[in-house]
Ligand binder design. Structure first.
Ligand SMILES: [Zn+2]
Length: 216
């Protein structure tokens, strides 16, 4: 995959409106910034990830932008070590997102192989329910971002969703809501697991931010 634009590149503002074209550029319509982003299905964006520039994720219910412009990370999802003293380093750096191909979060189902010591129900977290090892049967292709890149999200009003030690561990389902109340994401931010936020791909939409001189 090739990524041609980096976070902080001034060619796109947080609102997704092109602001970087010089005066007189043929990309300016009547001297006004040209509005370039367009909405497309998230699955299309994921399928075209090798050509994605920047994406803004928005609430699937109200349309509010929930992230700044984020670039697809080309790195494999690697969870930094955590030492049990509060949330550890975030899995994703600020300004980037990744798509997690593994099932994530609730519901949980009994694992086929109960003797597999490497089973994880959540990233980095083995779990047993009623003495049975479980694995996630949640959605695949959740969008993983740095928790600080979704600063408008609010904690779920149901306290049970926020169970954890130093922070929510994400095992009780969606625990982050859009200001409109829609359950859109799950935050893992406890001391005994990774520190990352997963958007539910069925509850958010992705708006691709394109450059006027895009080469595709
Ligand atoms: Zn909303």
């Amino acid at each position: 995959m090739e990524l041609v634009q980096r976070p902080g590149d001034p060619v796109a503002s947080q609102s997704g409106v092109w602001t970087g074209a010089a005066a007189g550029s043929p990309d300016l319509d009547g001297g006004q910034p040209r509005r370039l982003p367009y909405r497309r299905k998230l699955s299309d964006c994921v399928a075209r990830c090798n050509t994605l520039r920047m994406v803004v994720f928005s609430c699937g219910r109200c349309g509010a932008a929930l992230t700044p412009d984020l670039a697809l990370s080309m790195r494999e999802l690697i969870r930094p070590a955590y030492d049990g003293r509060g949330p550890g380093p975030a899995t994703m750096p600020r300004g980037f997102f990744a798509v997690d191909p593994e099932p994530f979060g609730t519901p949980f189902v009994p694992a086929e192989n109960q003797d597999d010591d490497l089973l994880h129900a959540m990233p980095g977290l083995p779990m047993m329910i009623d003495g049975v090892n479980v694995v996630s049967a949640g959605p695949r292709d959740t969008i993983v971002v740095h928790p600080d890149d979704a600063s408008t999200l609010r904690l779920h009003p149901e306290g049970d969703r926020l169970i954890g030690c130093c922070g929510p561990n994400g095992t009780e389902g969606s625990n982050q809501v859009c200001p409109c109340g829609a359950e859109v994401a799950t935050l893992m931010a406890d001391c005994y697991g990774p520190n990352e936020l997963h958007f539910d791909p069925h509850r958010v939409s992705a708006t691709e931010v394109r450059r006027p001189h895009a080469d595709f």
